[in-house]
Design a protein around this ligand. Structure first.
Ligand code: ATP
Length: 304
């Protein structure tokens, strides 16, 4: 597999406190990689290191195969855009002025592409309004547009939906999906809002106490989930006989309820049961969530 970012044994101490503890990560090219962890797990520290805002105490990381200690790592960092903590936008400037400022900082030869960027983040109609008067969602989208100046193909977003209202969350989600699918941008996104992340991510990395304890693709995760169906029937002994014949795993809960651990053909089951004079009253599919998977891995309560 082709990776945009990898690290080995990455360690960062703040005084005696070890914020990153031998962390190894693998972010596949073209992925939306969700970095999950409790408050204080080390997500922002990792992102700050990758962005070159801080140096690791030991270990190394590679961006597009270039080692962090290589002299020309800064040239590779030009392929990266990031919004770390709060979006860095000038509140006394309009969206367009902010982007022009960033173009100047990057030494871009012309302002070509600014209109398109404003349209992409849906700020083309914001006019002269200063960013200080924007909603939080607009400000976050402007921060992403600033990060996109210079056409990076790797975007890092640290908690991009924190504090946003439901509409703001949807807009950021759609923007990220568009950037990933249409512009083929790899996105590393940290979040503790797991339900939202599960609508986006193609891969996950679970970080706990400065270590990356699990990396898994959304497809693998889907297979790892133990899906079950709770069935309410008029007679669970008839159900047990039928499921035994079908070779399906199940657990009888009481005279009328059972848990079935497989995808079942409802028509086939209903027909077989009716031959035994048993009716299905209801079927309820239980699906494990990303949150319960996360808690299984890190243990305890998710007190984020
Ligand atoms: P959050 O979601 O709360 O931002 P996080 O996973 O991003 O959590 P980090 O911000 O990376 O976590 O912090 C990891 C740990 O390192 C925390 O315990 C934090 O208090 C500590 N820490 C972070 N920055 C510093 C610093 N500059 N000096 C001392 N300790 C720090």
């Amino acid at each position: 597999m082709d990776f945009v970012l990898t690290s080995q044994g990455l360690t960062k101490n703040y005084g005696k406190f070890r914020a990153l503890d031998g962390l190894s990560i693998h972010v596949p090219n073209g992925s939306i990689y969700g970095l999950i962890g409790r408050n204080g797990a080390g997500k922002t520290t990792l992102i700050r290191l990758i962005c070159g805002l801080q140096e690791p105490d030991s270990g190394e990381y590679f961006i597009y195969g270039k080692r962090n200690s290589d002299a020309d790592i800064s040239a590779i960092r030009k392929r990266m855009g990031a919004v770390v903590e709060t979006p860095s936008v000038y509140l006394g400037m309009s969206a367009e002025e902010n982007l022009k400022m960033q173009y100047r900082v990057l030494g871009m030869p012309s302002f070509d592409g600014i209109r398109e960027l404003l349209k992409l983040v849906d700020l083309d109609k914001a006019g002269r309004k200063h960013a200080g008067h924007f909603s939080l969602g607009m400000r976050q989208r402007l921060g992403i547009a600033v990060a996109l100046c210079g056409n990076p193909d790797f975007l890092i977003l640290d908690e991009p939906i924190n504090g946003l209202d439901p509409q703001g969350i949807i807009e950021i989600r759609e923007l990220i999906l568009k950037l990933n699918r249409e512009r083929k941008i790899t996105v590393l996104i940290s979040s503790h809002i797991l339900e939202e992340l599960s609508k986006l991510a193609t891969h996950y990395g679970i970080i706990d106490s400065g270590k990356l304890v699990k990396e898994i693709s959304s497809r693998e995760l889907e297979n790892a989930f133990r899906k079950s169906v709770t069935a309410e029937v008029t007679n669970t002994s008839a159900l047990a006989e039928t499921l035994d014949k079908m070779g399906v795993e199940y657990k009888i809960l009481d005279e009328t309820h059972a848990e079935i651990y497989a995808k079942i053909n409802v028509t086939e089951l209903a027909l077989a049961l009716s031959e035994k004079g048993c009716d299905i009253i209801s079927l309820h599919e239980n699906e494990e969530s990303l949150e319960s998977y996360f808690l299984d891995i890190v243990g305890g309560d998710n007190n984020d």
